[in-house]
Design a protein around this ligand. Structure first.
Ligand code: NAD
Ligand code: TYD
Length: 343
């Protein structure tokens, strides 16, 4: 079996590549990644010489390049993680989100149609459902919840989902879609809430909390997401959408305080900054379908997962310090400089 993984040099994609190589010693894993600011080859250095692993630096929007890879590697299963993934960047400049997330997805599916595959899996997000009010804890996103996006990021992911499902209905392409809640764990790029707070706290820098910090996210340890995708590509029903989430809702401010406590840093580092435009209040997934159909349940409790994650950032300082000292630094200055000014 040959599995082609796009975006495998990013956060979840790399964890998925490691999971697949560990669990299926007879599978070949082909990683396609254009190495944007969020892709990091050093993440994959431990498997670069693995006999069952191949890496291509290719953009998923590059039709000729993608077709060549399909011709050479003949993948059976394609899992599309490649995306622009940061909401704040999509507010700053939406265009690249539409290119990669929508048009790149189209190129991948066209390649699947042309060369034939047994499964195309689209890695999507709970953000396509929009948000839930804070005063209705009884409400959750199911697969039937209407698409109702807030940011250019979530709009581009929703467009891709609809396109993927249209390729199933119109062309009979064997697709599945998963919509997962917020992930956390090793190799998470330090522009996202949890790794950013860990890195800043370790450097005694301010911890920028948007608005009042009351927004709620439903956090899932990345390995549990990888296991869910593994189940879906092997046993999920073609043409179906599966929600993935672990009923682990947390307010942003509680997470930041927890990180301060775990690292022995003072809460005086917390700095309230201007809110994100269109900021979604609450995400919460109902994972009943994937549990009933595929037997999936999250295995890592948040208390354990966050401890493991913090430990990983302590032990892998070089990985994130290299990132912080590079291009990302310009973005950080632009983003949080502006936010400070607009308070
Ligand atoms: P990430 O930003 O860490 O990684 C994205 C990867 O895709 C990077 O390696 C980047 O180089 C690569 N990439 C970007 N544009 C590309 C292009 N045009 N061609 C080839 N490669 C390209 O993202 P992530 O957090 O690992 O998210 C992976 C997927 O999971 C995304 O589709 C995202 O929408 C989805 N998702 C993420 C979360 C989360 O909490 N992080 C939750 C649900 C769903
Ligand atoms: P993020 O990690 O960007 O994920 P998403 O927006 O896709 O859920 O943000 C998680 C939450 O944390 C979100 O409510 C925005 C908030 N946040 C901050 O308060 N400060 C920050 O510096 C960042 C990056 C996020």
């Amino acid at each position: 079996m040959t599995v082609l993984v796009t975006g495998g040099a990013g956060f979840i994609g790399s964890n998925f590549v490691f999971h697949m190589l560990r669990k299926y010693p007879n599978y070949r894993v082909i990683c396609v990644d254009s190495l944007t600011y969020a892709g990091n080859l050093s993440t994959l250095k431990s498997i670069m010489d693995h006999p069952n692993f191949v890496f291509y630096r290719t953009n998923i929007c590059d039709r000729a390049g993608i077709y060549q890879i399909f011709e050479a590697e003949k993948p059976d299963i394609v899992v599309n993680f490649a995306a622009e993934s940061h909401v704040d960047r999509s507010i700053e400049n939406p265009e690249i989100f539409l290119q990669t997330n929508i048009l790149g997805t189209q190129v991948m599916m066209d390649a699947c149609r042309k060369y034939g595959i047994t499964r195309y899996h689209q890695v999507s997000t709970d953000e396509v459902y929009g948000d839930l009010p804070l005063d209705r804890p009884d409400l959750f996103f199911t697969e039937e919840t209407p698409i109702h996006t807030s940011s250019p990021y979530s709009a581009s992911k929703a467009a891709a989902d609809l396109l993927v499902l249209s390729y199933y209905r119109t062309f009979g392409l064997p697709v599945t879609v998963s919509r997962c809640s917020n992930n956390y764990g090793p190799y998470h790029f330090p522009e996202k809430l949890i790794p950013l707070m860990i890195a800043n706290a370790l450097n005694d820098k301010p911890l920028p909390v948007y608005g009042e910090g009351l927004n709620v996210r439903d956090w899932l340890y990345v390995e549990d997401h990888c296991k869910a995708i593994d189940l879906i590509i092997h046993s999920g029903k073609v043409g179906e959408v599966y929600n993935i989430g672990g009923h682990n809702e947390m307010k942003n401010i509680d997470i930041v305080k927890l990180i301060c406590k775990a690292l022995g840093k003072p809460e005086t580092l917390i700095t309230y900054v201007a809110d994100r435009k269109g900021h979604d209040m609450r995400y919460a997934i109902d994972p009943t379908k994937i549990h009933n159909e595929l037997g999936w349940l999250p295995e890592t409790k948040f208390v354990d997962g966050i401890q493991k994650t913090i430990q990983w950032y302590l032990e892998n300082r070089e990985w994130w310090e290299t990132i912080i000292s590079g291009e990302y630094q310009n973005y950080y200055e632009r983003m949080y400089g502006e936010k400070r000014e607009s308070i």
